[in-house]
Design a protein around this ligand. Structure first.
Ligand code: HAM
Length: 419
């Protein structure tokens, strides 16, 4: 029978990786908590309309990349391609605007996008992210950026750059769009097919197109900074001032426009050159119009999301041989004979309850191969129980690092190992 393989664009995470993966998740949790963000878990699927309205009909995500299907009740369902629209939906649905503001949440979870798989681009990827809703202060934009930087710095990740821009609001962006359309229409034939197609609807995307010719054209276009209204200018100045006070370095980059429609004012990306073509570790920005788009009152919001697989890749590359764990458990209980095996199971059980990781043999291996196996697993101590030990009421505890062994009575083993 033909063997079944994993779907294209998905990955299985193997035992060496979870060390780095978990360290990343733990760091995210502790950094987010330190800034007052609490965890939110939204469903992995939502009604399709949430993303059509939230992310925007004309975006690559909604146009081409969603995993959408009809459920048995004929409702259109979509596997979430991103986490911001679901969080805002939950905020409105649970009337979180009635709680003290801002509401600050973080999330870690899988996202689904039907993209062409390549290095760093998956069809199921995992994001960590934060969303802060209910406050429009530019200091909050800087806080969100600082949380992301803090995660990377706490992990010892180096070589990343923060790129910052403002894409204005519904008052000032239309004027900029008009200018772009009128300038770009003159060079229509030179644009790539994607940019030509979306020129009328979203000319800003030409600015971050990866096509070389489009890049050269984009370089000559006026930056949006010249078009921002007074409110957006003041906000942008506030963000830059706050980042300065926090001593966070960034580069201004007018080509950062982001691929989702909900952004207003601040947008940013964190880039790492070690990632290749898909060089964004994370990105985010302010989305003051999204709550209204989803049927709520106007609620300002700002946040970011970042790819876990991409961060793990950079961390693994930097650590050389994989920063995974070297040992699965710290104690191995080796036993010979039926009653000794049961005693081994009991000791391992008690150790685990006391917080000491422990394992034992389930394959009837000889004592010699159990010791070899334990050594390969990198355990620190082996408790040896044979028929003699059972009779004497004491086991032999072997230190696998200094290769010494001592007898310890069964009653004292847990206490001895805990020491
Ligand atoms: P995004 O830029 O689409 O933003 O995704 C955030 C990050 O997820 C990217 O920078 C990248 O690291 C990772 N990522 C995205 N797509 C893939 C993929 N196909 N394979 C691997 N990694 C990927 C958002 O999703 C917004 N919701 C961010 C946000 C939060 N804005 C405000 N709040």
């Amino acid at each position: 029978m033909a063997r079944i393989r994993a779907p294209r664009g998905t990955v299985d995470v193997f035992p060496e990786i979870p060390g780095t993966w978990r360290r990343l998740e733990e760091t995210v949790r502790s950094v987010c908590r330190s800034a007052g963000y609490t965890e939110i878990r939204t469903p992995v699927f939502e009604y399709t309309e949430l993303f059509q309205r939230g992310v925007g009909e004309g975006t690559d995500i909604v146009e081409k990349e969603m995993y959408t299907f009809l459920d048995k009740g004929e409702r259109s369902i979509t596997l979430r391609p991103e986490g911001t629209a679901p969080v805002v939906r939950a905020y409105l649905e649970h009337k979180m605007w009635a709680e003290p503001q801002p509401v600050k949440v973080y999330y870690i979870g899988p996202m689904f996008r039907y993209e062409r798989p390549q290095l760093g681009r998956l069809r199921q990827h995992t994001q960590f992210g934060v969303e802060a809703l209910g406050a429009s202060s530019p200091v909050l934009d800087a806080e969100v950026i600082s949380v992301l930087i803090n995660v990377y710095q706490s992990l010892g990740l180096e070589g990343f750059v923060v790129r910052l821009n403002s894409i204005g609001c519904s008052k000032c962006r239309p004027r900029y769009k008009e200018s772009l359309i009128s300038l770009l229409s003159k060079q229509m034939d030179e644009l790539c097919p994607d940019c030509r197609r979306r020129l009328d609807r979203n000319p800003l995307r030409v600015l971050d197109c990866k096509n070389e010719r489009c890049k050269a054209i984009a370089k000559e276009l006026p930056p949006i900074f010249d078009y921002l209204c007074e409110e957006c200018c003041t906000h942008f100045e506030g963000v830059k001032r706050s980042l300065g006070v926090l001593d966070l370095t960034y580069e201004l980059d007018p080509t950062i426009v982001r691929g989702l429609d909900y952004y207003t004012k601040t947008v940013f990306e964190v880039i790492h050159s070690g990632l290749g073509a898909q060089d964004a570790l994370g990105g985010g920005g302010r989305y003051d119009g999204l709550a209204e788009e989803l049927g709520g009152n106007p609620i300002p919001g700002v946040g970011f999301a970042a790819g876990i697989e991409r961060a793990v890749q950079v961390l693994e590359d930097a650590s050389g041989e994989g920063a995974g764990e070297t040992s699965r458990v710290s104690v191995f209980v080796a036993a010979m004979g039926g009653s000794a095996r049961l005693e081994a199971a009991r000791i391992a059980h008690v150790l685990r309850k006391q917080g000491v990781s422990a394992d034992l043999d389930y394959l009837d291996r000889s004592l010699r191969s159990q010791m070899k196996y334990a050594d390969k697993q990198g355990v620190k101590k082996v408790v040896i129980i044979g028929e003699d030990e059972l009779e004497a009421g004491e086991a032999t505890v072997r230190d696998m690092v200094c290769r010494e062994q001592v007898p310890v009575s069964f009653e004292k083993i847990v206490e001895f190992l805990l020491r």
